[in-house]
Write a protein that binds this ligand. Structure first.
Ligand SMILES: Nc1ncnc2c1ncn2[C@@H]1O[C@H](COP(=O)(O)OP(=O)(O)OP(=O)(O)O)[C@@H](O)[C@H]1O
Ligand SMILES: Nc1nc2c(c(=O)[nH]1)N=C(CO)CN2
Length: 178
């Protein structure tokens, strides 16, 4: 029996097919061959089942944000955003993001620690979720220049559900910086 990946695992088959939504995936890397890793991760997103289209931003470089604030001595990050048109259920998509991270040697050691690849699910359509295994939209996306700027590049009209237009969020963030 084939699995229905449009539903959260363990739930009964749907009567209606799940519609295609745009998921926003943030990519980050500050260890290893960062640009190659991000390119490969985008290629892997394109090969996922029930993914029709992936539009990827350019990669941007930024100083590492740690729990103690920006750290100029830490390896710098390359970040990007991919818009993923998919019928995968959000929790199934997150599981597949974790599998891609694992294939790139991601180790989960410390929070906000250096990593070969980090894939966060920033938004899934306009779904709102408080489940700590998958909070939607991502609770820190609105305060991250390295998420908002590449997102705006691939979707100038983007809206972060519950927070507003990405262009306005980025302008506010930059206006309040330093
Ligand atoms: N929207 C989301 N995207 C990715 N992971 C999420 C999300 N909401 C909750 N999580 C949970 O957060 C856990 C930690 O994720 P991760 O290791 O990517 O965090 P981090 O990259 O160190 O920090 P941050 O979440 O601030 O980017 C994951 O196991 C995942 O289940
Ligand atoms: N510049 C930058 N800093 C970070 C990043 C990131 O992607 N870019 N991700 C983190 C944890 O998700 C912590 N700090």
């Amino acid at each position: 029996m084939s699995k229905d990946l449009t539903r959260p695992l363990g739930t009964p088959p749907a009567r209606e097919p799940r519609e295609t939504v745009t998921a926003v995936v943030a990519l980050g890397a500050n260890l290893g061959e960062r640009a190659e890793t991000l390119d490969e991760a985008v290629a892997e997103l394109r090969r996922l089942p029930l993914v029709d289209e992936v539009v990827a931003s350019d990669a941007i470089e930024s100083v590492a944000l740690t729990l103690d604030g920006p750290d100029e001595t830490a390896p710098r990050y390359l970040n990007g955003v991919a818009l993923v048109r998919t019928r995968l259920a959000p929790s199934v998509l997150l599981g597949m993001l974790h599998a891609i991270e694992a294939r790139h040697g991601r180790e989960r050691r410390e929070r906000w620690g250096a990593r070969t690849l980090d894939l966060d699910l920033i938004a899934y359509g306009d779904v709102v979720s408080e489940d700590e295994a998958l909070i939607l939209p991502h609770p820190r996306a609105h305060e991250r220049d390295f998420v908002l700027a590449p997102w705006l590049q691939v979707d100038p009209d983007a809206v972060l559900p519950g927070r507003g237009r990405v262009a306005d969020l980025l302008a506010a963030l930059r206006g309040s910086a330093g």
